[in-house]
Design a protein around this ligand. Structure first.
Ligand code: NAD
Length: 324
């Protein structure tokens, strides 16, 4: 039986992997995969990492030296792997679309919650405070939403927005054919959108796609949503946009320095990221801890596809989810 090292393992990860795994000896490690923890993979022929594991060139070389043959990402993104270093040494597979509904619905949930101040009302009414002061939102109906990235998640997000009666404009360097929404260039999207939602991967082109220059081009009072990757937004510029009032609200499921904090409980620690602390202190910012994917259906699909990717590799079948 092949031994496999599973990094950054949380109780909710294990549920479906334990239930569906029949063929592998999986070692669950709570540690993230880093230069300091890579030695845990000794004796294993595969690793199962997640979004915030650090698969840099040194880690890749060590995995290769230990005899690891394949990196089976249990997520769709792979921006945390040095692919050049892995080339010719380790295969990489991923789970391309485990539940696009989970992420699109979470983005909508954050928009509704923050716009209609539901997070505030929840606490107010529990305290027998039934005042409506400060809880005014806006109708989504008739507003224009700009969607950056029209892949699996972006398209579902668009359908939901259309259900609310919103106008959609989108930008994607690889547009889909026969869309029932309009594509535009980025500048037009920035200057016409009341709400902007990011659904593109993190690449060299999309790194800090939201920065001080792009924020200047946006409508006043724009509402930003990011459920994709933290490094799509330059956080200092976001903070400045919020401070000046240019940006009316930000719903963030990801943050550019999230690796140091997300998925763990630091509530009793004084170590704080200053920008993250500032964002969290703002009444018009809602932050969740990279949880958009977290539905039963998504966790099931992640386990099923990851285990299938590994079975295909060990039985010499074509790797349909290979990252090249
Ligand atoms: P996808 O590959 O189906 O779609 C991505 C789309 O983005 C593609 O159409 C692509 O052409 C487009 N794109 C590429 N570069 C772009 C750019 N510079 N500007 C605009 N568009 C660009 O991916 P998906 O399944 O829809 O996922 C989208 C992203 O969501 C992932 O890359 C990942 O970062 C993020 N994600 C987040 C979570 C979470 O829990 N928060 C979970 C899954 C995925």
């Amino acid at each position: 039986m092949e031994s496999i090292a599973f990094f950054d393992a949380k109780p909710y990860d294990r549920v479906w992997f334990s239930r569906l795994n029949k063929n592998f000896d999986i070692h669950y490690f709570e540690n993230r995969l880093t230069q300091e923890t890579v030695s845990l993979a000794q004796g294993c022929s595969a690793v199962i990492p997640f979004v915030n594991d650090d698969l840099n060139a040194t880690v890749i070389q060590k995995l290769y030296d230990y005899g690891v043959k394949i990196i089976a990402m249990r997520c769709s993104g792979f921006n945390n792997i040095d692919r050049k270093a892995a080339n010719g040494k380790l295969k990489i597979v991923r789970v391309p679309g485990y539940s696009p509904y989970a992420v699109a619905e979470h983005a909508i949930g954050m928009l509704l919650c923050l716009n209609r101040k539901i997070h505030k009302a929840y606490f107010r009414t529990r305290d027998f405070n039934f005042s409506l002061n400060g809880l005014t939102g806006f109708d989504l109906y008739g507003k224009t939403v700009g969607v950056i990235g029209t892949g699996k998640i972006g398209q579902i997000f668009i359908k939901i927005c259309q259900g609310f009666g919103m106008n959609v404009i989108a930008y994607d360097p690889y547009p889909i054919s026969n869309p029932d929404f309009k594509y535009s260039d980025l500048d037009t999207l920035f200057s016409n959108s009341d709400i902007i939602s990011l659904h593109c991967p993190l690449t060299e082109q999309s790194h800090h796609i939201i920065n001080s220059e792009s924020i200047k081009k946006m409508k006043d009072n724009v509402f930003l949503i990011n459920t994709s990757r933290g490094l799509l937004i330059e956080s200092e510029s976001l903070l400045e946009g919020l401070r000046s009032g240019k940006i009316s609200a930000a719903a963030l499921d990801v943050y550019e320095e999230e690796t140091d904090f997300f998925f763990e409980d630091y509530s009793d620690k004084v170590k704080r990221d200053m920008v993250l602390s500032m964002l969290l202190s703002m009444p018009n910012v809602l932050i969740t801890s990279h949880q958009a994917f977290l539905t039963t259906e998504a966790l099931h699909n992640i386990a099923e596809v990851t285990l299938q990717n590994l079975s295909d590799f060990y039985s010499g079948k074509e790797l349909i989810n290979e990252v090249r």
